[in-house]
Structures are given as C-alpha cells and as structure tokens.
Ligand binder design. Structure first.
Ligand SMILES: C[S@@+](CC[C@H](N)C(=O)[O-])C[C@H]1O[C@@H](n2cnc3c(N)ncnc32)[C@H](O)[C@@H]1O
Length: 575
C-alpha cells in the first residue's frame, strides 16, 4: 500500500515538501507492467538479435532483478539480458528457468532450480523502481536529487502469516497438483474434487487446501470442518463445474472480525452456491455454526454461469449478535452497524431482521452503553418485496479495526485491522487539516465512506464518490449512525465523468483518491489537473498505476498526448 501526497500540480520536478510514503504489505506486490519492462539502450534486451531470443521449452540461466506485475519476478537471461517474467522468482536470485511462452519483446518462464540465493528483498527499492524513468514511462528521474528526499521509509509490516481477514476458497471438480508435489502429501480423494485456491492461471483447477497460513486459526478450523464433510456422498453436495455449469457449491468465503469486548475473532461464513437449496446446506451450517467464533452463516446465490463470488441474492442461514469496534484513535466513530438475528431460514423471515447500533464510545467513558438504536431492516436496506442483498457489509465492515491499545494490551491482534488503522491515521496526518473546520474534502473511490467519515468531524464537508450503489447506501448509513451530517455520498462512475463533474460540490481543499488497481482514468486526472486543489492524498494498492498517475498529476498530460500524436503520425507515415 502506498500513499503519496502532492501539494501542487504541473511541476516538472518534485519539491522537497512533497512526500511519497510507502506502506509495506505482506502480500505480493504488483509493481511493474511487463510490457514496460526495461528495454533501455544499456541492456541487450531491445537490441538483442532474434537468435538471442530463447525458444519455448528452453532452459536458461536467469537473474531476477525485481518483482513485477502480479508478483512475477522480472528476470533476465544471464548472457543476453533478454527479459523473462517468472513466477516464484525473488530479486537477486540466480536460477535455472524454463521458457514457457514468448510474448513479443519478453517471455514468460518457470522457476526450476536455484543457483544462487538473492539478497534481502526491499520493498522500497521495488516501489522506487516503479517511478524510475528508464523502467516505465514515468518521468520521476533517479538523477533528480530531490527524488531521494521525497521517498519516505517503509513502515514495516511485522506479521506475515494469519493476517488476512477475508479468504475466498473455491469448490472445484478438478484437483490441481503442483508439479513438484509428492503424491500422498496432497489430500487425494477418489472424487478428484477440491476446495482451495485456484492454481495460478487456471480458472478450472484448484489446489486442495486443508489449512491456510494467510488466515487465522479460527478460520482454519472452519475450513477443516467444511473439508471434513462436504465430499461425503450422503450429503448430496457437488462442486460447481465451470465447464458443464452443473453442480451446487461454488465458493466458501470466510471473513474475520473481532469481538469488541473480548478482542476474540468473529467469523462470517459465506457459502456461494448456484441455487438456493438451504436443506442441502443444513449439515454444513450446523457443523460450522458449532464453532464458537462463527457469528453468521450466509448463503450467497449466484445462478449465473460465471464463477464470481458475488451472488444475486443473499440469505442468512445463521447469525448472532455482532459488534464492530470503533477506531482506536477515534472512539467516537463506529463504522458499522450491529446485526441481531435469531436464525431465520427463509427469505420472508429475513425481512424481519433487526439492525441496531450501540454507541460504545459513551459507554467506554461512562461505564454503561449509552444508547441502542434499533431499526427494521426493511426501511432502508431492503423493502419487503426485495430479498436482502449484500448483508455481509452489515455484518462486517469493508475495513475492520481492532480495539487494542489504551492500556488494554495487544495479544492476538489481527494485522489487517492494525494495518488499516495505521493507514487511516496516516491519511489523516497527510491531509494536514488546519483544525478550524473550514476545509472541503473530496473523497474519490470512497467505498463505504470510511476515509471521509474519519475526517468529517474536523472539516466543513466531505463529498464522496463511488460506483457501487450499495456501498453508497452503506456510506450514508455509516454517516447517519455516527451522527455525521456534513458528508454527502454520490454514486457515479469516475471513469465516465463529464465536463460538468465538479459542478455539484465546491472546490475541495483536499482530494483523497483511493482507486482500485487500475488507478485513475485519464478523464479524472485531467479534471484534477484543472481543479488545482492544493492537496491530494493518493492511496494506492498498485505502485505501477500509482507512479503513472502521479507522473500525470505532477507533470501534466500534455506529453502523453504529444506521444500519442507522434505514434499516430509514425503509423500513418509507415503505411
Ligand atoms: C481501493 S477501494 C477504496 C475504498 C474506500 N476508499 C475504503 O477505504 O474503504 C476502491 C473503490 O473504488 C470503487 N470504484 C472502482 N471503480 C470505480 C469507478 N470507475 N468509479 C467510482 N468508483 C469506483 C470500488 O467500488 C471501491 O469501493
């Protein structure tokens, strides 16, 4: 995760006041696009004569330079410098790899045999490379002395395992075995069915997983219970077959939150199925709901042939009281509602679920909980005529926070929660609020409004934009639940903004942009360039698109258009 802060636009160079802050993430970083892999004149890659291009199936000695797009190692053939993108390669490693595919100016390969281990891998170095002029078409130069001062240190992420609060496993008719796996180590079952994670590059093959190092121990117990029984022929359950489109079970999604009082994990289990047949799931529901940490079991029905995990309709099969904790440094802000459910099983019963919110901040101070709001779910979440949709957001927030600190001690702290909290605090710091409540904030890609809402009480108004309508209703609901009246959330596609975008809100003092991996659309960047807002905080989960967007924001887009014109002219001249 990276945050970049910019104070002004159209600069050819970065000023020392401008900071680029990198937040370490333990997940594989997607850094550079292989299409933009280094092809500078100093390397042999671009200039290599065709005979130097390795052939498909050829084994070559490779040196890994850095991590690139989708966590692949950007490697070079030791002799020629030709670029080969390899899974599992780590920076600094020298190894034997096999070329599996040629893709224009580079190839893809597999990692086969280590020859020399690499040095320690530094995320900062990887992120810096995303901004280097010779690696991608980004005009932050290494020669620029100010660039070094702009890059801030990595904030380390100390916990590398059991940190994820959401895991999605797939049911599959085809078990995938890694090439180097020893037969017998895998859980071989005569059905060949699997529940686990997709093999890289395969939508129809799944690596069967008994226990996953990324999720916590309670989630692993749920996984183990499901693994233990779902293939029992007596239950009549079948995995969905992505080719024939037959079968029932599609995905098992596990989300972890935390009990506000005990700090212990709370789990939501979501079975994604191709049809609504609660009787078929009854045994699984009984088994998983017997696990103390499981607070809800959801059935997400997705009858489409696609294999996405978002269903058309969601049913609650089991649930009990869920509380979501406030932010550590903001005990007055609760970002999610509480769901109180007596296990209903039919769609009709779901309509009578009660949603409430408890103001725990006052409770903390006074020793008692101050108020309980109870609301029928039908009033704003779902009408009696519509099935309840996207329930999980009401059970667990998009971002979860732990409640440690303030002398309560740590212990079992969930990294994702800690990380989110650190990130949100950094955004607040980088926003540089004056504290006089005068500022306007534009929260782009606001999701359920969490970033804007953490700032709302210290500013004049927050305007949030987001494409998903349900997220917008959640954002409004979050504002309402927290008694925040100076936040406006608007549904809209930021890739399709018109010339009138900006007419509906005053000029913002601070823009916060938190796009997903593809980054910001050029239309939005042009809007921001024209807007000339004094401060932008850019939160990114993809350094490559972040570098590109920051380049545009700092240097303008004129040169991109010039390049496009030149390329077009060249193309026309060649014809
Ligand atoms: C990285 S998330 C940020 C969420 C939010 N800022 C938060 O902290 O929870 C990116 C958000 O952008 C939204 N999004 C993706 N494409 C969009 C688009 N074209 N227009 C508006 N929002 C979009 C996604 O739905 C998602 O909520």
């Amino acid at each position: 995760m990276a945050i970049a802060l910019f104070h002004s636009f159209g600069l050819r160079r970065l000023h020392s006041r401008q900071h680029l802050f990198i937040r370490a993430s333990s997940s594989a970083a997607a850094i550079e696009n292989p299409e933009n892999a280094p092809q500078s004149p100093t390397t042999a890659a671009a200039a290599a004569p065709p005979s130097f291009f390795p052939k498909r199936g050829q084994t070559v000695e490779l040196v890994c330079e850095s991590l690139a797009f989708k966590g692949k190692g950007l490697c070079r053939v030791a002799e020629t410098g030709f670029v080969v993108m390899c899974d599992r390669a780590l920076p600094g490693e020298r190894f034997l790899g096999r070329v599996t595919r040629r893709k224009g100016s580079y190839a893809e390969g597999t990692w086969d045999l280590i020859l020399k281990h690499g040095s320690d891998f530094f995320l900062k170095d990887v992120v810096v490379r995303a901004y280097r002029r010779d690696l991608v078409q980004v005009r932050f130069s290494n020669d620029d002395p100010e660039f070094a001062t702009v890059m801030k240190s990595i904030v380390p992420c100390d916990i590398h395992f059991h940190y994820r609060n959401k895991m999605e496993f797939s049911f599959c008719t085809k078990k995938w075995l890694p090439r180097d796996s020893v037969v017998g180590v895998q859980d071989l079952d005569e059905t060949g069915y699997a529940l686990g994670l997709h093999a890289p590059g395969f939508f129809d093959k799944v690596l069967h997983i008994g226990s996953c190092l990324l999720q916590n121990e309670a989630a692993n117990r749920v996984l183990a219970v499901v693994q233990d029984c779902w293939r029992d022929p007596q239950l009549g359950l079948s995995p969905y077959d992505v080719h024939s489109h037959a079968g029932f079970l599609k995905h098992l999604m596990l989300r972890t939150g935390r009990d506000i009082e005990t700090g212990l994990p709370e789990l939501m289990v979501n079975f994604v199925t191709s049809s609504y047949e609660p009787k078929l799931l009854k045994h699984l529901v009984e088994k998983v709901s017997a696990i103390p940490e499981v607070v809800s079991v959801i059935n997400n029905v997705n009858s489409s042939v696609g294999n996405t995990s978002v269903g058309e309709v969601e049913y609650i099969l089991y649930a009990r009281l869920v509380l979501t904790p406030p932010l550590r440094w903001r005990r007055d802000l609760h970002l999610m509602v509480i769901q109180m459910v007596q296990p209903p099983f039919t769609r009709k019963e779901v309509q009578s679920i009660i949603i409430g919110s408890i103001d725990l901040s006052a409770g903390r101070n006074s020793g008692t909980r101050s108020s309980i709001q109870i609301r029928e779910i039908g009033d704003s979440v779902s009408s009696p005529h519509r099935p309840l949709r996207r329930v999980e957001r009401y059970v667990y927030p998009q971002v979860e926070f732990n409640d440690e600190g303030e002398g309560e001690g740590g212990g079992g702290v969930e990294t994702q929660g800690v990380e989110a909290e650190v990130l949100y605090k950094l955004i607040e710091d980088f926003s540089g609020l004056k504290g006089d409540g005068s500022e306007i904030i534009l929260d782009l890609f606001c999701g359920t409004g969490t970033i804007g809402l953490t700032l709302a009480r210290r500013v004049k108004h927050v305007y949030g934009y987001e494409v998903v309508p349900q997220a917008i209703s959640d954002a409004c609901r979050n504002a309402e639940l927290n008694g925040i009246h100076n936040a406006t959330f608007i549904q809209g596609d930021l890739n399709k903004i018109g010339d009138d975008f900006g007419n509906n809100f005053p000029k913002p003092d601070i823009v916060i942009s938190d796009p997903n991996r593809p980054g910001m659309h050029t239309k939005l960047i042009k809007f921001l360039l024209k807007l000339r807002s004094p401060r932008i905080v850019y939160v990114s989960c993809n350094p490559a698109t972040c570098a590109r967007d920051l380049d545009y924001l700092c240097h303008g887009m004129g040169w991109v258009e010039e390049n496009a014109r030149d390329a077009k002219n060249e193309g026309e001249n060649e014809q």
